[in-house]
Design a protein around this ligand. Structure first.
Ligand code: 26V
Length: 813
């Protein structure tokens, strides 16, 4: 948009006064933030309204991305960049004696996600708008996002994330778009006009009230919508009778129970815990979202039989799987279509992404729970299952009689949500080449054989606007100086940087930028936690959820072994290295919590020991999330992507770090393999078992972790350090970690991969010594990162799955 500094200052001062009731001199930082946010939102309004009118006018096919999680982070600076007003606003604020940096710190992270899956949804929102696809997000407006983490005495302690306590400037409540969602009750069946008709009776009714947040594309006049639903009791008549009888407690406890649905995000990442409230959350937003879509579709006057031609619904993992039976219900029970018609529309509308192969993360709901909470939905699932079984039984009963049972949607008293998704959608994709291949050839092989062509790959991506343009302004400017700013719209043109591969001046400046970013991060860390780190040391970074398969344990055991070596030989020629960890553990995941304590205990030991602390430092960065990531990533030298091969579906942190010039230490897992393909084997440090080897060891039970423990003295001493009193803790402190490694035969092959990890770490350090070589490696990583932009990913989804129109711009339409 067109905006000059004077106009902005005038608008801003007026807005600040109106919002806070105070003049600039008396305003608080929060007043300043709130006024700025509300002004930026207003600047977006015309395009937001215009976009929605244009989509309706053009009868456009639209994409609806259903996701339980959207891990958005802060929005202010993102939006200013998208609208092309960043510099003007920054200048205007400076003129007024204010600092954009300070103001933007007042914004709370929108932390409505656990990790990769939620952050991917947020990147997709940005890319859909920027690429010009009519695509919207549908989810839940949780009152509390993922818990805030504090480290107290080395332990993770969780605190509620009250992100809404000072209001959310970006959202707009849409009460007129509220819909009812029904739970429980019973189904009455009638035969009317020659067909079976189903009525739900005596249900519990919850109001789903949408809050819309604008999602602006990058300087293209397009503003899509993220719609998050909040659960409200039906007021004012929720129980007027009870209320007037003075039965306040009961009335309010019912209201409280209803509103609990959108109260809090479950903090489990990749561990299915089967709570009823979680199932309620899933149905709640799916039903509300579909009713909303149906309502606006019907307003368009288009025939219901064409529903799938105008709506593409994507489900982010199995969490929104109930979209399948819910759409069936709406089409049959409300729109009066028959089963075959409804099934055709549903399967042609819905597509599904799988995000994990871990069995413990696969959603399954007990039949009795599903039946009593959602009786009509369960009937429909049963019918889908019955019809599907009929086909598979006919096909396989002679060749492989067990196959039909294996593939069933309902089995062992449970509804298998992944199977429901596969059967009820027209596309199933994995999130990196290896992951998609393992889905098709191993985990979901029978389905891939049954549905030729349904399975496909869409390698994940990240929005390079947030993860490079905004969070690393120095590097962005250095890139633009060399190759122009086309990369912002066409990230693959970052490849043009390759011509600087042997340009000493360019590479030197690249390293100077890294150094400056390292200073910035050390200042940030000092300010937020009081810890000092040395910008001249290597920053070696592992940031991601804490999980055994991600193997923070491998990293810390290796650090412990370095400590032991240094203690023996203090003159060991090591380049000073700072190991940084950032990770939240699911509150109920004890092994993960012990790992956090272990990292902190090792840090305490090393950081206080004068024999080693010139060369080693270990820091656990508290409360890792989107904003912390934006501070750390630009400063990274080494990116740790060390999951057990086959376990990490893709990873996306690996892409963010690479794009910012870190060099990866990697197993051949997830998207690491594609990073390898992009940069070549000389620009990445590979180690460890392959996925195939992991499968083989697991299948033939030939792995003996204890033998490795016995035969590798250094590793043994590192493991024993957990219990021998070296660390200032009781010997039982880490018993779950130790027993997972030694008593339970190390399911994630930490011991098996230890030696090759230690070797590759040595090689990485050698490479770092050679500044010229390292800077060239770093450059190659940046130059080749364009394919990992989520713009590419979104274009792939749209080309193969959604097939929505792509608008260059909606300015002036
Ligand atoms: C699963 C569950 C299970 C039920 C309880 C709550 C809950 C919450 C989240 C999840 C999602 C686990 C799957 C997941 O996050 N996968 C990650 O997806 C990323 C984006 O595709 C990918 O980069 C990571 O490799 C993958 O672990």
């Amino acid at each position: 948009m067109e905006l000059n500094v004077n106009q902005f200052k005038k608008d801003y001062l007026r807005r600040l006064k109106a919002k806070s009731g105070r003049p600039l001199e008396e305003s608080t930082v929060w007043d300043q933030y709130h006024a700025l946010g509300s002004l930026i939102k207003e600047y977006m309004t015309d395009d937001w309204v215009g976009t929605s009118i244009a989509y309706n006018k053009l009868d456009t096919r639209q994409v609806f991305y259903f996701s339980m999680e959207f891990l958005t982070g802060k929005l202010l600076c993102d939006y200013m960049h998208a609208m092309g007003v960043f510099e003007v606003v920054e200048q205007g604020l400076t003129d007024l004696g204010l600092s954009l940096e300070t103001i933007s710190e007042a914004e709370r992270d929108q932390g409505l996600g656990n990790g990769g899956l939620g952050r991917l949804a947020a990147c997709f929102m940005d890319s859909m708008a920027s690429v010009g696809i009519p695509g919207h997000g549908i989810g839940i407006r949780f009152n509390f996002g993922l818990f805030e983490q504090k480290i107290i005495n080395g332990y993770q302690v969780e605190f509620p994330d009250r992100w809404l306590e000072n209001r959310n400037v970006w959202e707009v409540k849409m009460p007129d778009k509220a819909v009812e969602v029904h739970f429980g009750g019973s189904v009455r069946q009638d035969y009317i006009g020659g067909r079976n008709v189903f009525f739900l009776e005596n249900t519990e009714v919850v109001m789903a009230v949408p809050y819309d947040t604008p999602i602006p594309g990058y300087q293209n006049g397009i503003v899509n919508t993220l719609r998050l639903y909040s659960a409200e009791a039906k007021t004012p008549d929720f129980d007027l009778a009870g209320f007037s009888r003075g039965d306040y407690n009961r009335v309010f406890s019912e209201k409280y129970a209803v509103e609990a649905i959108s109260q809090v995000l479950y903090p489990d990442d990749a561990y299915e815990n089967g709570r009823l409230l979680r199932l309620k959350q899933e149905y709640f937003f799916v039903s509300a979202g579909l009713q909303g879509i149906m309502r606006s579709f019907k307003r368009s006057g288009l025939p219901i039989r064409d529903f799938h031609k105008y709506n593409a619904i994507h489900i982010n993992d199995t969490h929104p799987a109930l979209a399948i039976p819910e759409l069936m219900r709406l089409l049959m029970d409300i729109e009066e279509l028959n089963w075959e018609e409804a099934w055709k529309i549903t399967t042609q509308t819905i597509s599904y992404t799988n995000h994990t192969l871990l069995h413990e993360a696969m959603e399954k709901w007990p039949v009795d729970v599903m039946k009593s909470l959602l009786p009509r939905i369960f009937m429909i699932i049963e019918e889908i299952d019955r019809r599907f079984n009929q086909i598979t039984e006919r096909l396989y009963h002679q060749v492989d009689p067990r196959r039909s049972q294996q593939m069933a949607i309902i089995g062992d008293g449970q509804v298998r949500m992944a199977h429901l998704c596969i059967v009820g959608s027209h596309s199933v994709n994995g999130v990196a080449k290896l992951h998609s291949e393992l889905l098709a050839t191993k985990e979901l092989k029978p389905f891939n054989e049954f549905y030729a062509g349904k399975f496909n790959n869409k390698t994940n991506g990240i929005t390079h606007r947030r993860w490079l343009l905004h969070s690393n302004p120095r590097l962005s400017a250095h890139i633009t100086e060399a190759i122009g700013d086309e990369w912002i719209k066409e990230p693959e043109s970052l490849g043009r940087l390759m011509k600087y591969h042997s340009d000493p001046a360019y590479l030197e400046k690249l390293m100077a930028i890294k150094r400056a970013n390292k200073v910035d991060f050390s200042n940030y860390l000092h300010k937020t936690s009081g810890v000092s780190i040395d910008p001249d040391s290597i920053y070696d970074i592992q940031i991601k959820r804490l999980h055994e398969y991600k193997r923070q344990t491998l990293n810390i055991l290796h650090i412990m072994s370095m400590y032991l070596r240094l203690k023996e030989d203090p003159d060991l020629d090591l380049i000073p290295r700072t190991f940084l960890f950032g990770a939240k553990a699911a509150p109920g995941y004890q092994t993960a919590k012990q790992t956090i304590k272990l990292i902190n205990a090792v840090g305490d030991l090393i950081n206080a020991d004068k024999d080693v602390n010139e060369k080693l430092k270990v820091v656990f960065v508290e409360n890792y999330g989107v904003t912390v990531a934006e501070h750390i990533i630009p400063s990274a030298d080494i990116s740790e992507q060390i999951s057990t091969a086959s376990k990490e579906a893709s990873g996306t942190g690996n892409m963010k770090l690479m794009m910012n010039g870190a060099v990866t230490v990697a197993t051949l897992d997830g998207a690491n393999i594609e990073i390898l393909e992009a940069v070549g084997k000389d620009n990445i440090f590979l180690f460890g078992l392959t996925a195939e080897e992991v499968y083989r060891y697991t299948e033939n039970h030939s792995y003996k972790a204890f033998e490795i423990y016995q035969n590798n003295p250094l590793l043994r001493r590192a493991i024993d350090m957990m219990t021998d009193g070296t660390l200032n803790v009781s010997p039982e402190e880490f018993y779950l970690i130790r027993s997972a490694l030694l008593d339970h035969n190390d399911a994630f092959f930490v011991l098996k991969d230890f030696e090759s990890y230690a070797n590759i770490q040595k090689k990485a350090c050698e490479a770092y010594r050679d500044k010229k070589r390292w800077s060239a490696m770093s450059l190659v990583n940046i130059a080749k990162s364009g394919i990992f932009s989520s713009d590419r990913t979104i274009r792939d989804y749209n080309r193969d799955i959604w097939k929505a129109p792509v608008f260059e711009t909606l300015k002036g339409s």
